[in-house]
Design a protein around this ligand. Structure first.
Ligand SMILES: CC(C)(COP(=O)(O)OP(=O)(O)OC[C@H]1O[C@@H](n2cnc3c(N)ncnc32)[C@H](O)[C@@H]1OP(=O)(O)O)[C@@H](O)C(=O)NCCC(=O)NCCS
Length: 175
């Protein structure tokens, strides 16, 4: 049963502290939600998870990465696989997960920039939370070589920090 008054709990957890079963559940959920995408993805080091009692109802992965922005090295938290369970959507879970993910980027990774890759249809969700579209191409590594991301790249900057609007090299696998 879900409603605007639904109560849910948010937990930030290192991937090393996940049970094998929970890790498999998170990977499966990512594949079920986004379908088969023929790319090799980076594994998150951290997860922000939403629960209703013991039921997993939301997830975000966080990747610790040093990227290159116009050849300048910048440490960022990469946000991956933002999902609220279908029947729980529009209850503020996505917003709360993203707020906790930004907090984890600051507190656990000790960095002040976030970066995510997304489809145009969802960019409005992130824009409402202060994320900005980067206007330049984003490249990343795949086993067959470098590729350019075909959709949007969005970045988040902590108060007082400025993320350059310039070409980005993820310096590894995408998320
Ligand atoms: C995107 C998603 C995580 C949002 O989660 P949610 O729990 O439904 O979002 P919230 O209830 O916290 O919504 C927060 C705000 O964003 C808005 N919003 C939600 N989805 C939106 C979208 N696709 N586009 C624009 N705004 C959106 C809500 O209306 C709400 O606005 P308000 O604060 O003015 O009331 C969820 O719809 C989802 O899991 N989608 C499928 C997976 C997906 O596409 N993830 C993104 C991958 S890049």
């Amino acid at each position: 049963m879900t409603s605007a008054n639904s109560v849910f709990q948010i937990k930030t957890i290192h991937e090393k502290d996940l049970t094998g079963q929970k890790r498999d559940q998170l990977v499966q959920w990512f594949e079920d939600e986004f379908g088969y995408i023929p790319l090799k993805w980076a594994e998150p080091q951290w997860y922000v998870l939403a629960f209703n009692d013991s039921e997993l109802i939301g997830r975000v992965g966080i990747i610790d990465r040093l990227i290159l922005v116009a050849d300048q090295q910048i440490c960022i938290g990469g946000i991956s696989g933002v999902i609220a369970k279908n029947e729980w959507r529009n209850n503020g879970i996505g917003k709360k997960l993203m707020a906790e993910a930004v907090k984890a980027i600051k507190d656990k990774l000790n960095v002040c920039f976030g970066l995510l890759l997304c489809r145009k249809e969802v960019s409005g969700f992130y824009e409402k939370l202060g994320w900005k579209v980067n206007d330049f191409p984003t490249t990343f590594e795949q086993p067959q070589g470098k590729m350019v991301f075909p959709n949007l790249t969005m970045t988040y900057s902590c108060e007082g920090a400025f993320f350059p609007n310039a070409p980005i090299d993820l310096n590894g696998l995408p998320w």
